[in-house]
Design a protein around this ligand. Structure first.
Ligand code: ADP
Length: 344
């Protein structure tokens, strides 16, 4: 395993337990995203790996079996890309990329070779002599990546690199970033609170909650087989369904659904894309809101659970608020998850 963390935890001096003892293994070339709501410990974990934060006693951090737990930041050979990019605005693209190499006192010819190499890799040739403040957001991102990559780090850490950009640009740069990281072939850890971003960029996503990795897996595995209510709600906004379950039957006021398997101590969840409006279904619900989203209508329904249940309705027209509609849900699409309140 290229990067291997064991029992890595962090308690801040004020007593805040930002990170519970965490194990994480990442093979060479894998891109892992740390995903979770604000305050769940993502940056703390990233900063410990970078060497900017000291873990609690008992942590062990290995890179290719070499222990780097106590190695100072500058000896870790780790590249970092921050939210702000922290580029020198008046300096040229070349100057920014070469800056760290100059600090390392590399020979001028070596610096030039490496700068040329990453400029080509990041397709920055036309802008090489331009100052940073004459570049677009996307071009700046590429310079920040090129600069982090130029010293040939063995690991790249990215802390919310897209969060300072506006929504339209974020979507576009997300795919570009995913492609660039793959073309580098580098092992990378990417922190974000944005589910779409994590899923678009990472090979595996570690979903974090309250200082712990709640679940780690490929985007598909997390989406299709979440192990907890937290992960199901965070990835793809799963909604609780039904008022009560009796062995293998989910009961509603107007009907019932047979579950794929008997469920003891479990709760049923469903995603909006699996809730269909269906005139022929005996299961009824009341429309409480209708929002036109362009590709579909998002319809809030009352009567399927204590909370409103949303349906995505791809059609040219939608029912009206107050209408009673038939609803069908494929039992195979229902997620059965541990009842955390009962377990706690
Ligand atoms: P995230 O990156 O997921 O938003 P952080 O790792 O920044 O979360 O923070 C995790 C928890 O640790 C939060 O409760 C935060 O307030 C706390 N925290 C972060 N830095 C410090 C610090 N220097 N001192 C005390 N508490 C901190």
């Amino acid at each position: 395993m290229t990067l291997s963390l064991t029992s890595t935890a962090k308690t801040y001096p004020d007593g805040t337990r930002a990170l519970m003892p965490t194990d994480l293994d990442i093979p060479q070339g894998e891109i892992v995203s740390l995903l979770g709501p604000s305050g769940c410990g993502k940056s703390t974990l990233l900063r410990i790996i970078a060497g900017l934060e000291k873990p609690d006693e008992g942590a062990r951090l290995l890179f290719d079996n070499e222990d780097f737990t106590h190695l100072p930041v500058e000896q870790r050979k780790i590249g970092m890309v921050f939210q702000s990019y922290a580029l020198f605005p008046n300096m040229s693209v070349r100057g920014n990329i070469g800056y760290g190499l100059k600090m390392q006192k590399l020979a001028k010819s070596e610096i030039n070779t490496r700068v040329d190499e990453v400029i080509a890799l990041c397709q920055l040739e036309p802008y090489a002599t331009r100052p940073i403040n004459a570049l677009s957001g996307g071009q700046r991102q590429r310079v920040a990546l090129a600069r982090a990559f130029a010293p040939r780090p063995r690991l790249l850490l990215l802390d919310e690199p897209l969060s300072a950009l506006d929504a339209a640009l974020r979507g576009q740069l997300r795919d570009e970033l995913a492609q660039l990281l793959r073309s580098f072939g580098i092992t990378a850890i990417f922190v974000t609170h944005d589910q779409d971003e994590a899923m678009a960029i990472a090979d595996r996503v570690a979903v974090m909650s309250h200082g712990k990795i709640a679940q780690i897996g490929t985007p598909e595995a997390l989406y299709r087989a979440p192990e907890s209510e937290f992960v199901a709600r965070f990835i793809g906004a799963a909604m609780p369904l039904g008022r009560h379950i009796e062995t293998d039957t989910l009961h509603f006021e107007t009907g019932s659904l047979t579950l794929p398997a008997p469920a003891t101590d479990k709760l049923a969840f469903v995603r909006a894309e699996d809730v269909r409006l269906d005139d022929n279904s005996p299961l009824r619900a009341k429309v409480i809101s209708v929002t036109f989203m362009g590709t579909h209508y998002r319809i809030a329904l009352q009567g399927l659970a204590p909370e409103p249940v949303f349906a995505l309705h791809a059609a040219l027209n939608a029912p009206k608020v107050g209408d009673t509609v038939g609803v069908s849900i494929d039992p195979a699409a229902i997620l059965m998850l541990p009842n955390e309140k009962k377990a706690a």
